[in-house]
Design a binder for this molecule. Sequence first.
Ligand code: 8YV
Length: 328
Amino acid sequence: MGEDGTVTVQKSNELLGIGPFEPTFKSELAKRYEFRTLPAGPARTEFLTEHGAEIRVVLTSGGPGADADTMAALPNLQAIVNNGAGVDAIDLDAAKRRGIGVSNTPDVLSDTVADTALGLILMTLRRFGAADRYVRAGRWATDGPFGYARDVSGLQVGILGLGRIGSAIATRLRGFDCAIAYHNRHRVDGSPYRYAESAAELAESVDVLVVATTGDGGTHHLVDRAVLQALGPDGYLVNIARGSVVDQDALVELLRGGGLGGAGLDVFADEPHVPAELFTMDNVVLFPHIGSATARTRKAMALLAIRNLDSYLRSGELVTPVLPPVRR
Ligand code: 8YV
């Protein structure tokens, strides 16, 4: 940074952006680095053939990521800096085989994503979205009082994935006097919450199941039809993690037939596409993947991603590695 507070923009042929980028990440990066982005369509192969060997660091985010084929076309790639906590769009096995470091942006978004989960729980069970639509449609005056909803205070809530975000959700729910249980790959030492041995066992014992896992191969359809059925007609599903964790077809089918009470969803199997059938269901609340989307949090994420990039270029180390880079 210059004495007057300005940042010198560094031009680098070694950096490759794989977008589209989140707007704050894009603008914060542009203040510091001038770099190339991977073109789409036929120009992509041409670019990779011509410039692939120049690239040392890839910058990406939750949506686009970096698959094994892209990594293979970048023979000198050493690090992937991800703007987001979830690295499921990056092929970690391929990165590990090649000793490519991967960083993410943990912690800085946990509170904001947990707030989103609470918003979804409240909106879905208390029917706040439907109530708002009722007033806007002029129905209060014509049809009379809005119907009853379900209390959130005192409910049994199951958290699938008691990591940083899951724990922040649990902390908030304690303020609602909710009884909290969780299921994880491993029991969390010292956790005050009841542990369930499986996702189905957890679903069976709670009113609301909140999905807060990672979205890697190990969690694909962890919430399958049987888990949703265990949640049952009076149960609610809330997902702020990844659409891939839930069997979306089974979810829609059970909601349609009354086999599930309702759902609050921030993430979907094939974003930005959402099954149209959900649009007409009043017991469903749909968000366009806004879990971490506040100005402050998106800036904190962008700055942490950039700290990883700066650090890697300076010292070969990542600040918040998911996979540490192998020194060469
Ligand atoms: C963003 C997210 O959608 O952090 C994540 O894993 O899902 C989100 O916060 C995204 O990564 C922003 O680029």
